[in-house]
Design a protein around this ligand. Structure first.
Ligand SMILES: [Zn+2]
Length: 292
């Protein structure tokens, strides 16, 4: 499932590659994924893409008038391709873009500058959104239509885990309301947005805290350590992914993680064999040697 670091790469890359271009085609080979009408999809054509960004586990495309929000859920993936490239199976939505006069927007992420995968100004690239399980959704948000996006309501989504505004003081304040298990706490989007099953394991390993430990048992310095581990784990992952994901944006790179997906292997910190359990079918990996 794409989490904050995965979507951060896609958002930064797509903003650099596509913003400033006009939509030249919009189609839905998998219409079940779309929340919106065919007319609303068609109305995207001709609008200029202003920016691409990420909020929690959602990717947002802001056009000059309307917006599109994509919730990839478990298996949704994004591809950046030329319009003549073969369309992959299970493609749900395709947005085609025209040429642009200038290069990337002035606020493009610095790491994207001069990247070999950036389409040339005269190219006509496409975003393909595909989803093998069809669980994800593409929400069309025309400026004149009130359409709510489940998970993006004001009570449903908290600050992004990497939001500079989420200071340690705000963290200490917010975490008090959540007494339960730490893994569930990190995955609770209303508490902090963008973290899922994989990165919650990584953050807890970095913080040396056990996933099923209750927040109510944490000492103040452990609460602070969890904050620092969250920030540093996500920032380090984004740095790795910038170098590993492009130009295959649909690829989910997870092999560099310390514990998630590595049950049975030695812990990179203490050498103890990593434990993996799957309560409710959700794999949780942690180290009994160095997480308390
Ligand atoms: Zn360990």
């Amino acid at each position: 499932m794409p989490e904050l670091p995965d979507l951060a790469i896609v958002a930064e890359a797509f903003h650099a590659a596509l913003s400033g271009r006009g939509v030249r085609s919009a189609s839905a080979p998998g219409p079940l994924a779309v929340r919106g009408t065919p007319a609303e999809l068609e109305a995207l054509v001709g609008q200029r893409l202003a920016r691409v960004d990420r909020r929690g586990k959602f990717l947002r495309l802001e056009l000059e008038r309307d917006a599109v929000v994509i919730s990839p859920m478990l298996t949704g993936r994004f591809q950046l391709a030329g319009h003549r490239d073969r369309l992959p199976a299970k493609t749900a939505v395709v947005l085609g873009f025209g040429t642009r006069r200038d290069g990337p927007p002035g606020d493009a992420a610095p790491w994207t500058a001069g990247a070999p995968w950036l389409p040339a100004v005269g190219d006509t690239p496409e975003i393909r959104y595909r989803d093998t399980t069809q669980m994800g959704k593409v929400y069309l948000l025309p400026s004149e239509v009130e359409r709510s996006v489940p998970g993006l309501g004001p009570d449903e989504i908290g600050p992004d885990a990497d939001d500079p505004g989420l200071t340690i003081d705000i963290w200490r304040e917010r975490i008090r309301r959540h007494p339960g298990e730490l893994k569930n706490l990190l995955r609770n989007q209303a508490f902090v947005a963008g973290i899922g099953n994989a990165y919650s394991d990584e953050i807890l390993h970095a913080a040396r805290l056990a996933p099923f430990r209750k927040r109510s048992t944490l000492a103040p310095d452990e609460i602070d350590e969890l904050y620092r581990a969250m920030r540093s784990t996500l920032a380090a992952a984004i740095e790795v992914l910038r170098g590993r994901v492009p130009p295959t944006f649909e690829k989910q790179v997870r092999d560099f993680l310390a514990v998630h997906g590595h049950g049975g292997s030695p812990c990179p910190r203490c050498g103890t064999r990593i434990t993996e359990v799957s309560p409710g079918g959700m794999a949780t990996a942690f180290c009994r040697g160095c997480q308390r």
